[in-house]
Design a protein around this ligand. Sequence first.
Ligand code: SF4
Ligand code: FES
Length: 364
Amino acid sequence: MAEEIKLIKVTIDNITVDVPMGTSILQAARMIGGDVAPPAMCFYSKLKGSGGKCRTCLVEVSKGSNADPRPMPKLVASCRTNVMEGMEVKNITSERVTDARNGVVEFLLLNHPLDCPVCDQAGECHLQDLSYEHGKEGTRYEFKRRTFEKHDLGPYIQLHMTRCILCYRCVFVADQVTNKRVHGVLSRGDHSEIATHIEKALDNDFIGNVIDVCPVGALTDKTFRFKNRVWFTKPVDAHRDCPTCKGKVTLWQRGDEVLRVTGRKDQWGEVEDWICNTCRFEKKHINDWVIEGPTKISRHSVISQGHYLGMKKPTETFRAVHGGRDPKLLMDIHSISEVNRPGIDLSAIPGPATSDVFNAEKKK
Ligand code: SF4
Ligand code: FES
């Protein structure tokens, strides 16, 4: 008979959930969902041993357990601390946590280059999101930023060591998903860097997954490099009959052109299935794939910008939102402006709507 799983009660940000014994605070918070789940830059539920490196998931334990209700004196890493019966945790309801997280972000950005405008990860970078939520304007750092010797990791993977936050996820992927790891973290302290000991290409069948797990733009896809901004591409779910992996991917398209292939990601930004290098780097033709439909992207993500799938038009009339009053003057923008043409359906344009699109439409 299967052993019965013992459920215990934990309260996070005043919401109580029942979770199996042995669950981490972070995983319990993810069961509640939304903002209650702390950000995680190094923890990855599919990688054994991950977590405990970045400290972005810090939370305050205001009650240890029913048996020992004393609060924990210091903030704890929620990805590495398991829940106890009756534990009470504060995440977004704690000022101490917000303050500490601001500090962590400041540290993560100490040596990080401000190259979002040219970084391929921009728009899907967890550090970029975290900086918007917790970052400070400007920097207090007065020293020269750290730089590294360039390492070539082969024809598919581009390494930008200055962007790395040493989360170790790529090392765990190489260890646990491929059959031979040839890269790791070399040196110590300030000199720690991701590299192969002797210049070597990362060429295992599944090594491309390091790109998907990297939370920043330190490891990017060379076949997509500088080709486009992610928010100008349209992600669609697709599959193919692949002998090596499950072949379930997301295609990032511009028109009919497949610019990039990645694993499918869940709401926490973690891949659902590891995909092989052939699917990721070699199958860039639309005919290689069976398209399933548009990928579900959070409407808060910049990637969903310009994709109006499932959009609901507001039903309120002007009077309803204006305290029952009619407007004194109502102008139709289209009657006085040539730019905003009502005949153009923005979501049907493959890519950004630029003046060229409008001018071409005008000539018709
Ligand atoms: S290269 Fe990316 S995945 Fe690897 S340790 Fe650095 S930040 Fe993490
Ligand atoms: S996610 Fe918990 S320490 Fe990084």
